[in-house]
Ligand binder design. Structure first.
Ligand code: OSB
Ligand code: MG
Length: 374
């Protein structure tokens, strides 16, 4: 049998610019990986890299390159040896990709495309495969750094009116206490948290302790990715729970950070940890260790979002995720839009990830398409 891959590059304007401590974007450069089986079906995965290495070392053009030159070719023998009309099993795909270091977002996109195809062959949904325990998930929303406090209040007010169950403010030195004070004054009771994307340093511990008065659910990734000791030091000065995002790259790094006392809550993003199998394994570890988890986001289109929502329906995901409706990001999504229903999104139930790109939208948003034959 044979499977070929198509890498679709898309550009989709965001409904508003999204600024974080690592930069700003107004257009999402999306990469969708399509695994095409020779029996006609396709599986889809989204590569969640940004255009530049600001969030992590991976970035879009590098990810496309590593997929084409190394990750897809390394799967050749596995795909060739699979039985007629059958996609290699998810575990074997993960094992084959693991001979290459790093590049978790690129690996995740390929693994998910093959997983989607494998699930479709079995008429199984990703949710059934992962073991979901609910049919809808609580949604939060991540609020970028705006130009003014007035803009912030307007934007947050709009999300609260739409029904979002938790607000996350992006912060950085110079945009933190005032923003928190303004939001807390307006809405004393909402679930509120912040994300610094590594913008502070160990010497900011006393400053971060001032966040405590705002009754936050958590402070996400205040320090650089590799500063595990720093996060432990910060948590001895700050009472608000510290939650790691960028620092958690595997089950082992999760276990290390938990045991060391650097984190008490974890943001799980399938792209950051190299796919849904690793994401599920980190979830299972966190359940065992009584560490609450929530599902992060990377401004995904409906393709990545559909799969994230299934993950977020696992039992350990006890906090609302950054799994927002399509309208939070895009005027038009590449799939049927995900629409908020009383602050929640429904877990897709169709085979595989449960959604497909709408051909017209894909064509219209597409900036380049690369066919890779094994
Ligand atoms: O750190 O969680 C983050 C978006 C891009 C890169 C990193 C992050 C984010 C978000 C938005 O916070 C989450 C989303 O709504 O998809
Ligand atoms: Mg984050």
């Amino acid at each position: 049998m044979s499977i070929s891959f198509v890498i679709h590059s898309l550009e989709i304007p965001l409904v508003r610019p999204f600024r974080t401590s690592f930069g700003s974007q107004s257009v999402r450069d999306v990469v969708l990986v399509e695994a095409v089986g020779d029996w006609g079906a396709s599986g889809w995965g989204e590569c969640v890299t940004m255009a530049w290495p600001g969030y992590s070392a991976e970035y879009t053009r590098g990810a496309i390159n590593v997929m084409r030159e190394f990750l897809i070719p390394t799967l050749g023998p596995l795909i060739d040896s699979s039985a007629l009309n059958s996609t290699p099993a998810p575990d074997s795909v993960r094992a084959a990709l693991s001979v290459m270091q790093g590049n978790p977002m690129a690996k995740s996109a390929i693994e998910t495309a093959l997983l989607d195809l494998w699930l479709k062959e079995r008429n199984l949904s990703l949710g059934e495969f992962l073991g979901v325990v609910r049919d809808r998930v609580d949604c939060g929303v991540s609020v970028g750094i705006p130009n003014s406090l007035e803009e912030l209040i307007t934007e947050v007010g709009q999300y609260i009116d739409e029904g979002y169950r938790r607000i996350k403010l992006k912060v950085e030195p110079g945009w933190d206490l005032e923003a928190l004070r303004a939001v807390r004054n307006e809405w004393p009771k909402i679930l509120l948290q912040v994300d610094a994307n590594q913008a502070y340093r160990r010497s900011d511990a006393e400053h971060l302790a001032k966040f405590d008065e705002f009754n936050l659910l958590l402070i996400e990734q205040p320090l650089p990715e590799d500063d595990i000791l720093g996060h432990k030091l910060i948590s001895s000065v700050v009472s608000t729970p510290i939650c790691l995002d960028e620092s958690i790259l595997s089950v082992e790094s999760a276990e290390g950070a938990i045991e060391f006392g650097a984190t008490t809550i974890i943001n799980i993003k399938p792209g950051r940890v190299g796919g849904f199998l690793n994401a599920r394994d980190i979830h299972d570890l966190c359940v065992e260790k009584s560490i609450p988890v929530w599902c992060g986001g990377m401004l995904e289109t409906g393709i990545g979002r559909a799969a994230n929502i299934a993950l977020a329906a696992l039992p350990g995901f006890t906090l609302p995720g950054d799994t927002s409706a399509s309208s939070r990001y895009y005027k038009e999504d590449v799939t049927q839009p995900f629409v908020l229903d009383n602050g929640q999104l429904h877990v897709p139930t169709g085979p595989g990830i449960g959604v497909e790109p709408i051909a017209e939208n894909l064509a219209q948003m597409s900036s380049a398409t690369q066919q890779i034959k094994l």
